[in-house]
Design a protein around this ligand. Structure first.
Ligand code: ZN
Length: 305
């Protein structure tokens, strides 16, 4: 067996990473009031973002001029909510059809799809959440939201979906884990994001995201991630606000916790039987990061191929 390290192509952990959010809703400037796309993108820029996918709600928003004015990379897109939801990142119009048709259309347009908030539960007056049986039958998307903090702010269900991720990975379905704001109102801003090892361009983002060269975060930074044979080592940085040591959890098939430790760095020696190993890190103040898995290539099929 050969374990693949999705970060193998990341030559540096100090620079070259684009802070990215792929689930940001806004309105056209003319009708959006405080939540016009230009104003929202400006706030994301202030929060240190390099890449923001602006997902239309209704009338499609073309953000080319907004990107030029702000100086950061914006990506046009929409969220499919007939069965809520699928993030359609990098499309140029509102798409209609069944969930699988949507994902296929996104691919034909050169974009990528991410399944949103798998644990959000349908609520009266809101679109129907995608039934789990439908989600299980889909293919062609690159990943799922494992952290969507907006769900915790007054919606039913859970914004954390690492259990669904482990379920899919344990079936040999290669999907990546995303963290996204699901921004609708200012309190949603900058709660969960992705650090993507790429130039801040759509082409760069799409290539890196498809290869898994990113991690989801609510405040921690990856300072190193190496797989040397069966030796996995990583380090994280919590910034100035971290008081105590960071807790690391190495997670494998069916969500089993393989090892736990604390410090600024951690290591795990694979014994060769693991299907995959992914790492969660959590600082004392609650900030987390989730790495993508290292995985036995022979036993996985990418969902998007
Ligand atoms: Zn949304």
């Amino acid at each position: 067996m050969v374990y693949r390290n999705p970060y193998a192509g990341a030559d540096s952990f100090g620079s070259g990473w684009s802070k990215s959010n792929f689930h940001v809703h806004a309105f056209p400037d003319a009708s959006g009031g405080p939540y016009g796309a230009s104003a929202v993108v400006e706030k994301y820029k202030e929060a240190g973002y390099d890449v923001v996918a602006v997902l239309t709600q209704g009338e499609f928003i073309h953000t080319e001029k907004i990107a030029a004015a702000s100086g950061i990379c914006t990506i046009d897109g929409m969220e499919y909510i007939e069965e809520d939801g699928i993030l359609c990142v990098g499309v140029d119009s509102v798409l209609q059809g069944s969930p699988q048709e949507i994902i296929d259309q996104v691919a034909r347009q050169g974009g990528f799809s991410v399944v949103a908030h798998p644990h959000w539960e349908s609520e009266p007056g809101l679109p129907m959440a995608m039934p789990r049986s439908h989600l299980d039958s889909l293919s062609g998307y690159v990943g799922i939201e494992i952290m969507n903090p907006a769900i915790f702010r007054g919606f039913a269900g859970s914004g954390l979906a690492t259990d669904v991720w482990d379920e899919f990975l344990s079936q040999g379905k290669l999907v990546w884990g995303f963290g996204n704001d699901d921004f609708h109102v200012w309190p949603n801003l900058d709660r969960a994001w992705n650090m993507v090892h790429c130039e801040p361009t759509f082409t760069g983002v799409k290539a890196a995201v498809t290869e898994g060269r990113f991690y989801a975060s609510t405040g921690l930074r990856l300072e190193g991630f190496e797989l040397d044979g069966l030796e996995l080592n990583l380090a994280v940085n919590g910034g100035k606000s971290t008081l105590g040591p960071v807790r690391f959890r190495f997670v494998g098939e069916n969500g089993a916790v393989l090892q736990e430790s604390s410090g600024d760095s951690a290591g795990y020696t694979l014994d060769g039987s693991e299907l995959y190993v992914r790492v969660e890190a959590q600082a004392e103040h609650g900030a987390m990061l989730w790495t993508q898995p290292v995985y036995d290539e022979e036993r996985f099929t990418p969902m998007w191929s």
